[in-house]
Design a protein around this ligand. Structure first.
Ligand SMILES: C[S@@+](CC[C@H](N)C(=O)[O-])C[C@H]1O[C@@H](n2cnc3c(N)ncnc32)[C@H](O)[C@@H]1O
Length: 506
């Protein structure tokens, strides 16, 4: 295998931005756990260990001119790509280091308020985990915050043999990494067709494998083809990080803060009987069986009193990340479907559809003043958990300019990438994923083709042999493509563009 320290290097990782890594989201998660958020406006330091393509760091650096961002990865192609994007954007506050975790001691880094690691801890060997823990012990400031994702047990237990099957078969094969990945997947496909017990023995591994086959090859390679892989019980991660001075603070994804949306009443009652927090959190994984945990640890972050927590939450601006009109009045959570009571949710959504607002501002509106504040808070927590809302700010001019430059560079780089990809919002200080055609329609605005984008897009589509689909069918004729393009451009103008304007993306 093309390994360095046991980790594959012969194939680049996907370009992904993960919202949970955003300083504003980490702060919101701290607030939900009654911990004092890190004051961002005064300037802060942020480090991404194993940053991959560095897309998240570039995006957060553009949104936070007041922050100093560092990112480390030993894959030269990843670091080169991240540096190119930073220099095309004119970012001065993001530094990318081509270095392995074993070299962390030898690079000149400041002490950090935030250290994030997404897709690292389970996928490297014990020696590298030791370097990481030592780095956290030495370089995370007192009061600092760590984001750490890892494959979790028991959620992974039924599927661990699939990883063994894929990686041992790939190991036995000649050829490039790409060829071996493809051969291993094709081999597992044949075993599945032959009805082996791994896929048909009562586990959901068949579904998992079929889902896996829909993912990009480079994602599969980085997920399954490293030498080392250790899924963890939550309690074991807590124990490993304790000597670095770290304690578990809470989950990075908002829904995991809401037991009522995750667990049935009988499940909650059993979990509530368990006084030990680490055991309770670990038992939650036996109840929900997630395959990935996204945890936040802190080095002695100050606690807020209940009054302080309420005061901070009331003053926190929140923004809708979908237009209220297109939002279904329901959301699916692990406990089942939650219907949005229209009397409560409609006025909240209508108000937030106008502009991002704080709870205090919402409560001053006539249509909401008669509602109990507790009900409004509950609705906001449900909307946050359903990923319809994100924390928001009134962006400073510097951030607006940096984001404009970053988005222009991203639009240009990914013009013909048909995947759903992220652009930055200075209001959210975070990413919003957009479809390929939506991005082309945005790109048109800066080409002067904004008044009628269709001819420009159609020329672009013809040059790359792209075709549109309607009702799942690819449209073959120029006439059908142009008609569909006009219809989608019209929908975009009426429904999506107003939202993108509010979020500062256009
Ligand atoms: C699964 S990817 C995750 C990338 C990124 N955090 C993300 O979520 O998009 C793991 C990354 O860690 C890097 N990596 C693995 N072992 C490393 C080591 N020992 N030193 C530095 N980087 C390493 C890889 O090159 C790869 O980019």
């Amino acid at each position: 295998m093309d390994w360095k320290d046991g980790y594959i290097t012969g194939i680049e990782y996907v370009h992904g931005v993960y919202r949970e890594l955003a300083p504003s989201v980490l702060n919101m998660a701290l607030l939900l756990q009654s911990l004092e958020p890190i004051p961002l406006q005064e300037g802060f330091t942020y480090c991404d260990l194993g940053c991959g393509q560095g897309e998240s760091v570039n995006l957060f650096a553009a949104c936070h001119p007041e922050g100093r961002f560092h990112a480390v990865d030993f894959n030269a192609a990843h670091i080169a790509g991240a540096r190119t994007l930073a220099s095309r954007t004119g970012l001065k506050n993001a530094t990318f280091w081509e270095a392995s975790f074993s070299q962390l001691e030898s690079i000149t880094l400041p002490d950090f308020d935030f250290v994030v690691m997404h897709g690292i801890y389970s996928w490297v060997g014990e020696e590298n985990r030791r370097y990481i823990r030592e780095f956290l012990r030495k370089k995370l400031k007192p009061g600092g915050v760590v984001y750490l994702s890892y494959n979790s047990l028991p959620g992974w237990s039924p599927h661990a043999p699939l990883r063994q099957l894929l990686s041992s078969y790939a190991d036995s094969q000649p050829g490039t990494l790409e060829q071996r990945v493809d051969r291993a997947v094709a081999f597992a496909e044949r075993l599945k067709e032959a009805g082996i017990a791994l896929f048909d023995g009562g586990t959901s591994t068949r579904d998992f494998f079929e889902y896996l086959c829909t993912l990009p090859r480079n994602y599969i390679a980085h997920e399954f083809f490293n030498r080392d892989w250790t899924p963890y019980y939550h309690a074991d991660v807590v124990r490993e990080l304790a000597p670095a001075g770290l304690a578990f603070a809470g989950a990075a994804n908002f829904v995991d803060h809401q037991d009522m949306l995750r667990f049935s009443q009988p499940q909650q009652e059993i979990l509530d009987e368990v006084a030990d927090r680490v055991l309770r959190e670990t038992l939650k994984d036996f109840t929900a069986c997630p395959m990935l945990r996204r945890d936040i640890f802190t080095k002695g972050r100050p606690r807020l009193t209940p009054e302080e927590q309420v005061e901070r939450f009331r003053a926190q601006r929140l923004a809708l990340v979908v237009s209220a009109g297109s939002l279904e009045r329901k959301a699916l959570f692990p406990v089942g479907e939650v219907l949005f009571d229209r009397e409560l949710y409609d006025p909240i959504l209508a108000a937030l559809d106008q502009r991002p607002q704080t709870l205090d501002q919402l409560m001053q509106r006539d249509e909401l003043a008669s509602l109990r504040i507790g009900r409004v808070v509950e609705a906001l927590l449900v909307l946050l958990s359903a990923e319809c809302l994100l924390p928001a700010v009134e962006p400073p001019l510097l951030a607006t300019i940096a984001v404009k430059n970053l988005n222009a560079a991203l639009l240009d780089r990914e013009l013909n990438n048909l995947e759903k990809l992220s652009l930055a919002s200075p209001v959210l200080q975070n990413a919003l994923k957009l479809e390929w055609l939506e991005r082309l329609l945005i790109a048109c605005q800066s080409t002067g083709a904004g008044s009628d984008p269709v001819p420009w897009i159609w020329d672009n589509m013809k040059a790359h042999n792209h075709k549109l689909s309607r009702d799942g069918e690819i449209l073959m004729s120029e006439e059908d493509n142009l008609a569909e393009l006009r219809s989608q451009a019209e929908t975009f103008r009426n429904e999506k563009l107003p939202l993108l304007r509010k979020l500062g993306i256009v």
